[in-house]
Design a binder for this molecule. Sequence first.
Ligand code: KIV
Ligand code: ZN
Length: 530
Amino acid sequence: MADRIYIFDTTLRDGEQAPGYSMNLDEKIRVAKQLETLGVDIIEAGFAISSPGDAESVRAIAGAVNDVTVASLARALQKDIDAAWDAVRVARRPRIHVFLATSDLHLQYKLRMSRDEAVERLKSAVRYARNLCPDIEFSLEDATRTDLDYMCRVVEEAIKEGATTINLPDTVGYASPGDITEMVTAVRNRVPNIDKAIISMHCHDDLGLATANTLAGVRAGARQIECTLCGIGERAGNTALEEVVMAMKTRPDLYDTETRINTEELCRSARLLSSITGVRIFPSKAIVGDNAFAHESGIHQHGMMANSKTYEIMTPESVGVVKTNYVLGKHSGQHAFSRKLEELGYTLTDSEVSRLFAEFKNLCDRKKNVTDRDIIALVEASESHDKQTWSLVSYVVTSGNSITSTACIKLKNGDKTVEGVASGTGPVYASLRAVEKIIRHPFSLDDYQLQAVTEHRDALGEALVKISDGSGVYRGRGVSTDVIEASILACLTAVNRMLEGASSSISGGPAATTASFENDMLVGHTDKED
Ligand code: KIV
Ligand code: ZN
């Protein structure tokens, strides 16, 4: 019988701490709920001691999901373990994840501890944690550069103190698959009480080997995999969840394992992460990239027509690539539209469907063929518009290569309509300045990205902006066949979040570096407004 592999997702901890991937509380809860739907076994929701915001989000996630274990990371310190326990205890299945570095390099230079001192430290930490919580994971940070004899001693002691999962991370992405096989085999053969714990792999991708190393660990006997959606994480990232899961599913001859993952949810999970963080999925990303199942060359297309197995090792449907049977257009009614949303996997309230239907009709007037990807873009942009304060009434923007760009924008807030005029070095800059003058709240633009949702000249343009005002960083997304309108809508979403206050701010993380125009405070000039 196939062996069960437990999927430990650390998108919200190791993934979220990577630059550009910070999320606010609501966003983390949406990701956690999608991970539950995806069928992961454990969600590492954060590092509770690291900030009050992290503790709050671990606690909120622990209360928001049911069918999944919720873990918080903790150093081998009583105060960390207390904070972790305080945050996860409301979960139906809580876990405390304690870690301590064990390589001589880390012991000597980072922890300034002897090997014996480290053993004493981890013993008391695991014992303390186990008295609070029945499910304890212990990680030997930098395991792949740890002396094997010492590793076996540490693992044995951690299990004696009550650790139920032993994680052997390749913290710096240094190992090769052969090293991993040797390490896991040694631990299995030489640690007398290893049958009382599950061995876990946690690999980083510095040499592009995270997935290969994780799978080598599985073949050697590891039964928990730590991974993130799209492989996000520290530096080059972690093992990509979708890759290891589909590798095991596609090659039962090699792995003979099963997971609880509902693979049809893989693409949707990756899309949700991308839409929340504003970081695009690389088109050729394995499993979830737009091109992962595209066949361009004539030879491949011919083979695919004869028998799809010639060039396809798994079906697009098995990972949730959406292919629906009917196309919507100008004459489609709300009923057909709502059926399409269901087919695309969205569960929305009646009022959300009605609002989206109005946007869809508006789009049909501007665009001949409305594709599934257009509808997905509308839904994803509208998800972030929930609590509109300021909304767009109208705009006129002039620009050219021999004039200064000028924007005249009219916004509505409740009963109030306000107009602002501003100029700038380009039409987007002028528009955002005009918005800033109307709302009377200075902000800087940290990131701006624009791309077409589909091919062809009438494609929808999708704008992503990240703004900050000193209190936090706020993201917004907007779509329109007019890229200036898309930019204004994206800016308004971010602005509304900013004005709602800190609850929607993104926690920590340095600002992204891809801003396409200067990163200055946009107000402070004297253009007229009414
Ligand atoms: O990479 C690593 O070693 C970690 C541990 C804290 C598990 O993320
Ligand atoms: Zn890590």
